[in-house]
Design a protein around this ligand. Structure first.
Ligand SMILES: [Fe+2]
Ligand SMILES: [Fe+2]
Length: 193
């Protein structure tokens, strides 16, 4: 369903397992960034009531995810570290066309968001299957389902509002771009690392 170009090497899970506190901190901030991104899309595109309604619901879900991760961090006696930068997301951001029309910018931002959901979903699926930790395995399985729904929300809005743009072509370009980018990842104990 997600049509990603490259699957994550399962050995990435071993790196994650070596530092659960770090992956949880990074993950918590990923959820914060996902909520913030949804609010930003609303702020920039407030004339679309359906988009505003659905992304408000999505932002709330991302905040709930943030809360769930923070609960696990507390329960395990870990601490939520400072915000982690997400170099994968920062690199992916460069794909977006900054100089075009507002509509192009919105479609690109929706596709960028869909891609992050797709890759997160792929990572969560791998974690749920491979991690040697029953609580986290269940947790990541639940999140995978939720993030797959977000992927669908973003890509559906891109297609709905971007009728005058070749959205499928743009998506294919992004899949190629991400496929190259992800080759240098899979080496760190972060969600997109
Ligand atoms: Fe989330
Ligand atoms: Fe999400």
């Amino acid at each position: 369903m997600l049509h990603l170009k490259l699957k994550t090497d399962p050995r990435w899970v071993n790196i994650v397992e070596s530092n659960i506190e770090e992956i949880l901190t990074d993950h918590a901030w990923c959820e914060q960034k996902a909520a913030t991104n949804a609010i930003t899309i609303i702020t920039l595109n407030s004339e679309y009531p359906e988009l505003v309604t659905e992304l408000l619901a999505l932002a709330k879900e991302e905040l709930e995810h943030f809360e769930m991760v923070q609960e696990i961090i507390k329960k395990r006696g870990f601490s939520l570290g400072r915000e982690r930068k997400d170099s994968y997301v920062n690199e992916l951001y460069k794909f977006m066309n900054k100089g075009g029309s507002r509509l192009h910018a919105m479609v690109d931002r929706l596709l960028f968001s869909a891609m992050i959901e797709a890759r997160s979903c792929e990572r969560f699926k791998l974690l749920s299957k491979e991690i040697n930790d029953p609580e986290l395995s269940k947790f990541y399985n639940d999140l995978m389902i939720s993030e797959a729904g977000h992927y669908t929300t973003f890509i559906t809005f891109a297609r709905k509002y971007g009728k005058e743009i070749d959205v499928d072509k743009r998506w294919k370009e992004l899949v190629e771009f991400e496929g190259e980018l992800i080759k240098s990842y899979g080496k760190h104990e972060t969600i997109h690392g």
